[in-house]
Design a protein around this ligand. Structure first.
Ligand code: SOE
Length: 383
């Protein structure tokens, strides 16, 4: 590994740091873009060592190491994986590269955090789950919206029977960052993003959250997708969807609808769900994550984060009530729990590769249904 910045300034070698630092988990990143920034803040907050980073070229790796505060950089993913001081690898690269990189990391004996979607095909996600199990490594996927305390509170209410039998689900995840035909990104190109774009990118968070909170499972889906702009500034023959509308049934007998769009004007990152049981409805909005709406025939209320909530909600309340927590805090809690699992603990609700596989299966079913109009069963769902 090189320990120089692009400008040739020396950086601190791990061997020169105080001894107590040596006990900290050594972390390496593959990928140096927007998500690497978010992950690096969480890694630092968990007091792990940012050992080194490998991006697409050595120059980019050096720049990312400098910008994100890593000790150094690696010339390639291979050299990062060969370094013994890297114990856990975060994979924050385009979707289509996840499978090979995650498999190589597992084969090198590393623990892995791999961005969602875990893979761009079901077969590859199945292989990764099997490989991580066989190697006995901790392997997680950042379904970070699970880490908002109020999401845990919603889940606890469902588990405690407060909502009654689940009747309906209404979920949406709306963004507008691809609103204009001039907006473009690697996610738009199926060769880097995979065959699904909007659903794989953000629908995956939505279905993960719905199954996590309700404890029910999506049994079958029927979907319509639309590509609003067949041509964007760089991608001239776009095949991935801007919009997906889904009808669903759960194993428990509930029915529901999902709307996922990356062309919804004014909606920046609005993940919203409302579930209705026989006794209570619960609504959550990711852009206002400190509250839950609790609907009742009589006694409807807006619950703000407060003392005395469920143990799991309190555990993730890293600041006292009245001090709003946001998505970076959720991210920090996810990474802290991943590292705790590596240390032998069993944190509640940690999204692992099996959960990544689950979202890949549902995405695959959505795309298959949109192609034929047929209802598609979600493979691997116990009835
Ligand atoms: C872009 O659509 C994106 O950054 C997603 O990739 C993230 O998973 C989501 O949390 C926010 O939007």
């Amino acid at each position: 590994m090189s320990h120089a910045t692009p400008a040739g300034q020396p950086t601190t070698h791990p061997a020169h740091r105080p001894l107590d630092q040596a006990a900290r988990l050594g972390v390496g990143f593959i990928g140096g873009g927007f998500m690497a920034e978010v992950h690096s803040r969480a890694t630092r907050s968990a007091r792990a060592r940012l050992v080194g980073i490998a991006s697409s070229t050595p120059t980019r790796s050096a720049l990312a190491a400098e910008n994100l505060g890593f000790d150094g950089f690696f010339d390639s993913a291979e050299s990062l994986l060969a370094d013994d001081s890297v114990e856990v690898v975060h994979i924050v690269t385009p979707n289509a590269t996840h499978f090979e990189l995650a498999l190589a990391a597992i084969n090198a004996g590393k623990h892995v955090v791999c961005e969602k979607p875990l893979t761009t095909s079901v077969a590859h996600a199945v292989d990764l789950v099997a490989a991580a199990d066989a190697a006995g490594v901790t392997a997680t996927v950042p379904f970070v919206y699970r880490f908002h305390p109020m999401v845990r509170e919603a889940r606890a209410r469902v588990l405690a029977g407060e909502t009654g039998r689940l009747l309906t689900i209404q979920g949406s995840y709306l963004q507008d960052w691809l609103l204009e035909p001039t907006d473009d990104n690697w996610r738009v190109d199926s060769s880097s993003g995979g065959p699904s774009r909007a659903f794989a990118d953000i629908g995956s968070h939505l279905v993960d959250l719905l199954e996590f909170v309700t404890g029910d499972r999506i049994a079958r889906v029927q979907a319509l997708t639309r590509t609003i702009f067949a041509e964007r500034s760089t991608n001239k023959a776009v095949t991935t969807e801007d919009v997906a509308a889904v009808l669903l049934q759960t194993v428990g007998g509930a029915v529901g609808t999902l709307l996922v769009s990356q062309v919804a004007p004014g909606r920046k990152n609005r993940l919203h769900f409302e579930i209705a049981g026989t006794q209570e409805s619960i609504a959550f909005d990711q852009e206002d994550p400190e509250t839950l709406w609790l609907g009742r025939g009589v006694g409807t209320q807006l619950l703000r984060r407060e003392l005395g909530m469920s143990d799991d909600a309190m555990r993730l309340s890293t600041l006292p009530p009245g001090h709003p927590l946001g998505v970076q805090d959720a991210f920090n809690s996810f990474v802290a729990d991943t590292y705790a699992a590596i240390g032998g603990e069993e944190p509640e609700g940690l999204p692992r590769f099996e959960d990544g596989l689950r979202a890949v299966r549902i995405t695959d079913a959505v795309i298959a249904s949109a192609a034929t109009g047929a209802w598609i069963e979600i493979e691997g769902t116990e009835q």
